[in-house]
Design a protein around this ligand. Structure first.
Ligand code: OGA
Ligand code: ZN
Length: 367
């Protein structure tokens, strides 16, 4: 990947995938001289739409890691070649902060784990977030269990997302529950709160006490399951990626509803968002044939999620905090007997911009 200057005023970008001339206006918009861009915030102080559309490069040259340009409107500016290349590499730009997602199934013999460090600017936090982005989950051990510490934890990454369950919620067996999570029942692998707008991005579950023999946590990589369906059960994959389903939550105070595909694809047909929650989904009444296809596809997906091939199971111990990508992984738990003792988790949600913003900041700090 490199930047080249030809004929003294044409700037080219060359990589193994793409070769093109960089538009002068695109470069001019990136000129960061102090009279154009506020040096503290890196924000433009002028309206770039006022620039002359036919602006040209008068002179350009490369010197060490800089590209120097004089534009026809009299502005001269210096550009860092590495930064231009990073932005022009469209594949890399789209991928987000971490190189590759590592899809996993039940053969995953490594549990992405990180030791708690109360300094959220530390290398430990950096490593923890990288694991989270690769695997879609990470378990942070020895997180303080007193004083609702989960709120501190979440707010140190970014900002907590309060819901009608509160700023955070206590997951234990209680008499007047408004969700099956607050009973000792088995919970099938699920996306949390697919009925919210938008669906919460990241879920934290922090184990405070766990004295029961059941209540094991389960986790599935929904992207891996969706890929498997795509390869082996194409018809099921197709109906799940094209049928919008209604999700609904109801209690005495509120009714929440949102619609979406069980497997949502992005504009390039990549898997983007899994919504799987058989407690609260309501497929509309489609044509008989499509409805039957949908039911068998959802069944197949549910079977895969609960299967020995895809589901991992582990016991959360006091202090363990499970951080999961609620658009990718599905979580659940086995049933437990509440008379054996206390099982108490605390949960909350955060949005991607919190954790991603922190990760980008730590990449800037450590790399
Ligand atoms: C939840 C949930 C799992 C558990 O509260 O969303 O799925 O282990 N809990 O209790
Ligand atoms: Zn849940």
């Amino acid at each position: 990947m490199k930047i080249e200057v030809i004929e003294k005023n044409r700037v080219l970008f060359n990589s193994s995938k793409k070769n093109f001339e960089i538009h002068p206006l695109w470069l001019r918009e990136r000129a960061n001289n102090s009279n154009l861009v506020d040096q503290l915030t890196e924000q433009r102080i002028y309206d770039p739409s006022t620039l002359d559309k036919s602006i040209k490069i008068k002179k350009a040259n490369l010197k060490e890691d800089s590209l120097n340009i004089e534009f026809t409107d009299g502005i001269s500016s210096k550009f860092k070649i590495s930064e231009l290349c990073k932005e022009l590499d469209s594949e890399k730009m789209k991928k987000g902060p971490v190189e590759e997602k590592i899809l996993w199934d039940a053969k995953l013999n490594y549990r992405p784990t990180s030791k708690f460090n109360k300094d959220f600017e530390s290398k430990d936090t950096f490593e923890m977030l990288k694991q989270f982005y690769k695997y879609g989950f990470v378990i942070i051990t020895k997180v303080p269990t007193k004083d609702n510490y989960i709120v501190n934890f979440a707010n140190s990454l970014g900002a907590i997302r309060p819901t009608n369950f509160g700023v955070f919620f206590n997951v234990k067996s209680i008499p007047n529950y408004n969700d099956l999570a607050y009973t000792p029942r088995h919970l099938y692998p699920h996306t949390d709160n697919p009925y919210r707008k938008p669906v919460p991005c990241i879920q934290l579950l922090h184990c405070i006490e766990n004295q029961v023999s059941g209540g094991l946590s389960t986790l599935v990589d929904g992207f891996a399951v969706a890929n498997y369906l795509k390869k082996n059960f194409r018809e099921s994959f197709d109906i799940l990626t094209t049928t919008k389903v209604r999700f609904r939550f109801i209690d005495k105070d509120v009714i929440l509803e949102n619609w979406g595909e069980l497997i949502e694809l992005d504009e390039n047909k990549n898997i983007k968002h899994i919504r799987f929650n058989t407690k609260v989904d309501y497929v509309p009444h489609l044509h008989k044939e499509n409805l039957e296809k949908f039911y068998s596809a959802r069944k197949k997906m549910g079977e895969l999620c609960c299967s020995k091939n895809f589901e991992i199971k582990f016991k959360l111990m006091p202090g363990d905090l499970l951080m999961m990508d609620n658009y990718r992984t599905l979580h659940g738990r086995t049933a437990y007997d509440a008379s054996e003792g206390m099982r108490h988790l605390q949960g909350c949600y955060i949005d991607y911009d919190s954790s991603e913003g922190k990760l980008l900041h730590l990449i800037r700090k450590f790399e």
